[in-house]
Design a protein around this ligand. Structure first.
Ligand code: GUE
Length: 282
């Protein structure tokens, strides 16, 4: 499944929507991005986000804060953006340094500007199937499946991983799409027996190549959320491509699968927020 190509298509459509928003309402979508510290992987993502935004016509307001910034100063910056009517979305790149409470920071973002969908209010709405903001990675996965004509309705979907960023919201999205959902994680007994049941398997564990061809049902659709940089510099997923390729009907590559879709969905959410701005409650 070609996430890179689909992401290009999504971004081309967004570019048109951004032009329409300017023509009809003179609004330019604006996204505030906050990066704390100098984690090299985070710097790459933030740069990719800025590049994608520029191409679409979204303005990004980048904030590079030193790793020593206090939690209070970071919160103050968020409050400023919360109040600023010209900012439609706020993103704080995770992980944050250990002295800063990630929950406190993500919960400080106004739910209506929470482009990542991490705020408990947005997570709650999502679980009740009345979403306002959708977490970018799970949403990107749903769009990939839809583009390939794969409907989760009635299927056995197994999600490996229960993070707040991917696993848990993925459960909600799959449930909302009428799948029969199972969540496996590090304490699951006989993981292979569980993953082998899956018609659609979503793997988001952060453990390089942990899922092999022996773990999946022939013909399964396998979604690899992992982005693991090995010591030799190359990038692998949580799925072992060589052994899974011959068994699965579809597999998302790493790189070029879920990653580019995540960025495309961030852009989509920002444009949607800008389109809604000024309406009741926003
Ligand atoms: N507040 C917040 N929101 C996030 O959405 C968020 C975050 N923090 N922290 C880190 C993770 C990770 N993440 C990725 C985004 C794009 C690629 C991506 O485009 N990957 C390329 C490869 C990039 C490379 O070469 O390193 C690909 O898979 O083709 C990967 C990972 C977003 N995250």
């Amino acid at each position: 499944m070609d996430g890179k190509k689909l992401a290009q298509e999504v971004k081309a459509e967004l570019k048109q929507r951004v032009e329409e928003l300017w023509t009809s309402k003179q609004i330019v979508p604006r996204l505030a991005v906050i990066l704390v510290g100098e984690d090299p992987a985070s710097q790459v993502y933030v740069r990719n986000k800025r590049r994608a935004a520029e191409k679409i016509g979204i303005k990004t307001v980048d904030n590079l804060l030193p790793a020593t910034v206090s939690e209070a100063d970071l919160l103050d910056l968020i409050y400023e953006y919360n109040e600023d009517p010209n900012i439609h979305g706020i993103l704080v790149q995770l992980p944050l340094p250990a002295h800063i409470d990630e929950a406190k920071v993500t919960h400080a973002i106004l739910p209506s500007k929470d482009v990542d969908g991490f705020h408990p209010v947005n997570m709650g709405h999502l679980f009740m199937n009345m979403p306002h903001s959708l977490p970018c990675t799970p949403r990107g996965i749903m769009e990939l499946l839809a583009a390939y004509g794969i409907s989760p309705a009635g299927k056995e979907v197994v999600i490996v991983g229960r993070s707040n960023i991917v696993g848990r919201p993925m459960v909600a999205l799959m449930l909302n799409a009428d799948a029969t959902v199972t969540v496996a994680h590090s304490k699951t007994k006989d993981l292979r027996a569980v993953t082998k049941r899956a018609d659609i398997l979503v793997v988001a564990t952060g453990r390089p190549e942990m899922i092999t061809g022996a773990d999946i049902k022939p013909g399964a659709v396998v979604i690899d959320v992992g982005v693991n940089r090995l010591a030799d510099g190359h990038l692998v997923g949580d799925v072992q491509r060589q052994t899974v390729e011959g068994v699965a009907s579809y597999l998302t590559p790493v790189p070029g699968g879920v990653g580019p879709m995540t960025i495309a969905m961030l852009m989509k959410q920002t444009v949607e927020f800008a389109e809604k701005s000024g309406q009741d409650g926003y």
